[in-house]
Each structure stands twice: as structure tokens, then as C-alpha cells.
Design a protein around this ligand. Sequence first.
Ligand code: BGC
Length: 471
Amino acid sequence: MAQPTHSHHETISQLTKAFAFPIAAYDGLVDQFIKELDEGLRVEDAMPMIPTFVYELPTGQEKNKILSLDLGGTNLRVCRTTLAGNGEFDIVHKKWTISDELKKGPGKGLFAWIADRIEEFLSTSCQNDHLEDTYPLGMTFSFPCEQLDINVGKLINWTKGFRGLDVVGHDVVKILQDCIDAKGLKITVNSLINDTVGTLLATTYKHPGCEIGIIFGTGTNCAYLEDQANITKIKPTAANFKSPTNQQLINTEWGAFGNKSGALPTNDYDRRLDQKSSQPGNQLYEKMVSGLYVSELTRIVIHDLAHSGELFAGTAKTAKTDQELGDLAIKERLDGAMMGAFEGDTSANLDVIDQHFKSHYNLDTSLGDRETIKHICQLISARAARLSAVGIAALIKKRELLAKPKKIIVGIDGSLFNKYPNFRQHLEGALNEIFDAATVKAKISLIHAEDGSGVGGAIAAYLACKQLHKI
Ligand code: BGC
């Protein structure tokens, strides 16, 4: 990463140290990651490693028209997917941003709002579909749930800033079904999956052989195919002990890596972000890797520098007050898309950054300020990409996938991976450093999962119908 020419050198070099993640640190962290993945398969109270009730992957030949919904960290989408076989599909969907009131208000209100949106989707986008029987719907829900069946899952805790405590510990499928029934809609929620499971299913539909599904978006997580015999925390008497395929998908909830071990190389900014978060001490890996948090880290750093008179200080070199900084002084008011726009600004004078700070915060920036801001984004996003590679490498090593003759297909979705400038390049660069470039090229294929959550939800609903012999 080149040092900017006009910016504040001392500041930059301190930040570079704080957010450094040296090559020498990879091996130890990958080993620790494998240890925590293994521990989660053996005992509760470790990385969640949640057994799902999905035992098989699609063949790509499935055909049907299916509804799904996708509740992520930022948006809700309701989708109608036509699975056409040969890995082909067509998807019609409608998307709504989830407001702060809904995220932070009671969970029951959020679910009632979702049922309203399903009704709206049916009346605007499915007028020509004849819903004579009760229609199956696959629910993709991007939060940790303890699954008790393919269509039963108790919310363990919210992540990504959601707060509806009234639904924690309750079955989210039942809550949604009750809201749907109250509206008299002919829909049965027949499956519940995590977005990473959806990503894995959707990638496998198009690219048979995929065994790993990952989200690098608002949050981060990973699902993969595990041998049933390795999941020793499932008691032999449990309903999901016997898998017809001897395998089952595991929702790792890897955002929890490092919570207990303290293995992550956190700095003072990370610790402050964690302390001010809705769940201090939780999701520590996610807090260094995913979109919601990398943009918040960036805001904290910029805010600090403005307070100490190192940014936006003008020729008079005056420090800014919170009142002058407006939204920049408020938690989570700088989002991942803005951060991506700063890092992606390649104009000579960094005009995008200039305009943004003027119009959003009424702040004038010098060229040095703008270079410093861009550099902060680069440092934080590059560290996130390197740590992301650590998770991928850990799973590949743990499953000994390099020893298998076939190419390793990793399905990945999420805004950070799909849209953030250079994230994918940094991630691939880090994989080259962990393994080596020739091995990565020959053996590892990172595939952007096309609409993992929406299509994956539809495939899960299809597989659930198949399990019940309804297809
Ligand atoms: C949630 C996961 C989810 C991930 C990506 C995390 O905050 O705990 O369940 O898969 O975000 O959306």
C-alpha cells in the first residue's frame, strides 16, 4: 500500500501499525481457527457449529416454482424462484430496507412487518400464480438459531445490531407462520436455513461439488458439509443423529471465533467498538471482518482524528467538536457502501470523498485529509480481507480438501465480497500467502454465489418438500 503524499505521516504510520496483520501471523491463527471449529463440533459453549437439518446438496436438476424470503442484516427480500434444472433458475424479487426502528424494536413487530411484505409481494408480483394449495416458503434467516428440525429454529441471539429480545429463545418459524396465518395467506413456512447454507445450496445447484458457503456482507459466517461421525456433540438419541447421507451441513457461526480464546490481534479501536456494541465480547471475528463493523471502525478512527485536530482542521488547525462533526460523531452513521466509495475514489483530487464530506457532514477537507481517509479505509478493509482468508484456509485444512482430487469450490456472497473495491483481490492475495499461488490457482475456486440467500431458500424449501415426499 503506497504512502499518500500529502497526508499526515505520523498518524498514518501509527494506524498502519495498529491495523497490521503480518504474514507471520497466518499459520498460528489458522491453527487456532481449526481448533475452535473442532471444539465446536464436540461441545456446546464453544464456536456454535450448529448442525442443520440439511443432509444433502441439490443435483442441479431440481425443477419447481418456489417462494422464499431472505432476512439479512440490512434488507428483507421476498422472492419467487423458478428452478429450471441444469443449474438454471430465474428469480423475481422485491426488496425493502429494514429500518432502524424495526431492527431495534420488538421482534414480534418485525415479523408482523415481514408478513405484510409477503402479502404485498403476492399481490404485486405473483398475480398470475394460482396458489390453490398451501404454498411452501423457504425462510433464509441470517442469525444464529438452534435448529430442532428443518422447519424449527430457536433464535439463540440477535447479531448485527438487531435487538428484539422478546423473540430470543423462541421458534422464529412459528412466529412468522402465526403472522402469516393471521393474514389468511395460503403459505406454509416449510424450511429454515441460514444465509450461508443458502449460499452453499445455491452454488452447488450451479456448480456441483461445492462444499463451502460463505457470507462476507453486513455480517460474516460460513456453512460447510461435515461427516456426521465428527459431530460428536449430537447425542445418539437426538432426532438428527442419523443422517441418511452420513453427512450434514454445519452452520459454523464463525463470527464467534476468538470470543473465548482471545486469539485475535485486536487493537484499541477494536476493543472500543466491541465495548460500545449491543453484545460486548461476542462476534469478535465478525467485528474485525464484516461490513457493518469495518465501516464503524473507520468512523471511529476518523472521529478520533477530527477530535485531536488531525483531520478537517483547516489552516487554523482547530480540533472539531461532536456538534461540528454531526453524523460522523454518531455510531454506525458511516456505512460500508460509503467506505467502499471512499476507497474506490481514483480521481486525482479524491473528489468523491470531498463531495461526500461536504454534503453529508458539512465538512471541508484538504487533499491531505482525503488521502488519510482513503488510507484508513484501505488499512481496515485489507486487514478484514486477510482475516477472511484465515477462516477459509482453516476450513480447507480442517477438511483436508487439498488432498482430494477435485477442485475446491467455495461459494461466496455478500456486499463486501461482491462490491467492495479490492476486497476480493486482498482475500486472494492472502490465500496465496497462506498456501502458495500455484496451489490456489490449481485447486481453489472462489465463486460469487448468485443470489445465494434467495435461491438457496427456494432450494431448501424444495428439499424439505422432497423429505416429506411432497415433490
Ligand atoms: C449471523 C449469521 C449470518 C451472518 C451473515 C452473522 O451476524 O450471526 O447467522 O450468517 O451474519 O449474514
